[in-house]
Design a protein around this ligand. Structure first.
Ligand code: ADP
Length: 328
């Protein structure tokens, strides 16, 4: 039996392109004859009944906006089964029969639990970190790396003018994808990520700087992933000090932080979000649930949520090697 009404929510950390996904889910569902309700502040909206009806125009003028019109939140009360059951009760009261959950792998766990309790959910991967094993791409990554690139380019100008070394910490949680991509795009001398931390350490970066210094290069960019810093250091300032002490090059640290999460989504993110959101609503309209959508190469796939959660995230070591070779 076709679902009459579905809900859509954004959960966990925000990512540019979430709005484009909300729009795609809403318009696809409406085009298939289903009603749509927007659930505010992630799973909190289900616990608090913070839910409103969406029509075609509710999602007008949002495709180009960063952040999420539905707001997003972490909701610890939704982790225990009692929280999930309360969410199910709200769905029954307002007539929601299925939900598209836009977020990261934490949010997918909530979606799985809701599915198991009788509300079929489809997960749409959205996080700037690109850290989900079941998909080659997550909504928000392209915008975040472009923002990171612009900021590091600006740091390079001043590093060059002063013959300095600039240590830049980028986001990514445990994943080094943001560091790898911005590092290559900005010609970083070294890229430090958790995935490669066995060999590519601060000491290794120092060696590279000392080696290049004897040539005609006097300014350096070192891009550090959040995951690398979290493993061994309190923050990037410590890394900067270590480099300065060992090389004699004046070194400053910059932690880019949340600025990487904002901004107008790129074409790539708007298109990815539109495709994934469309597919998610389509799956619900076919009565499917407990699945996540994602990309493999450029094609859209869907997997059962538990199967997806078990897929390991693969780091692109080949791309890392390219960076190592050409960044001298
Ligand atoms: P992300 O979705 O970006 O990975 P989080 O890990 O913070 O972000 O998860 C977002 C929300 O998903 C949590 O606040 C919680 O409501 C829900 N969630 C996370 N883990 C679980 C879990 N194991 N079981 C049920 N819900 C969960």
């Amino acid at each position: 039996m076709i679902m009459k009404t579905i809900g859509v929510l954004t959960s966990g950390g925000d990512a540019p392109g979430m709005n484009a996904a909300i729009r795609a889910v809403t318009r696809t569902a409406l085009s298939k004859g289903m009603n749509v309700k927007g659930i505010a502040k992630g799973f909190n909206g289900l616990l608090e009944g913070n839910i409103r009806d969406f029509d075609m125009r509710s999602v007008s003028n949002i495709v180009e906006r960063g952040g999420t019109i539905l707001y997003t939140a972490r909701c610890p009360a939704f982790v225990p089964i009692e929280g999930v059951r309360k969410g199910v009760k709200t769905c029954e009261e307002v007539g929601i029969e299925g939900i598209v959950v836009i977020g990261g792998d934490g949010s997918f766990r909530g979606a799985r639990d809701l599915s198991n309790e009788g509300i079929p959910c489809i997960g749409v991967p959205a996080t700037i970190d690109n850290d989900i094993g079941s998909t080659g791409y997550t909504i928000g990554f392209d915008t975040a790396i472009n923002t990171g690139m612009e900021l590091i380019d600006k740091l390079r100008d001043t590093a060059q003018s002063h013959d300095r070394c600039s240590v830049v910490e980028v986001m990514g949680r445990r994943a080094g994808d943001i560091a790898l991509h911005t590092g290559i795009a900005c010609g970083a001398t070294s890229i430090l990520t958790m995935e490669t931390s066995e060999y590519y350490t601060v000491e290794h970066a120092i060696e590279r700087i000392l080696k290049t210094k004897t040539g005609n290069k006097h300014h350096f960019i070192v891009v550090v992933s959040e995951g690398y810093t979290a493993g061994k250091y309190t923050d990037a300032n410590q890394i900067a000090k270590q480099i300065q002490d060992a090389t004699g090059v004046e070194t400053r640290a910059t932690i880019l932080g949340h600025v990487q999460r904002g901004g107008t989504p790129t074409v790539h993110d708007r298109v990815a979000a539109s495709r994934l959101g469309h597919r998610a609503a389509e799956l619900l309209s076919q009565g499917m649930g407990n699945r996540v959508v994602g990309f493999s190469k450029n094609a859209i796939f869907d997997y059962e949520i538990n199967e997806a959660l078990e897929m390991p995230k693969v780091f692109n070591k080949e791309l890392f090697q390219v960076a190592e070779t050409i960044s001298f």
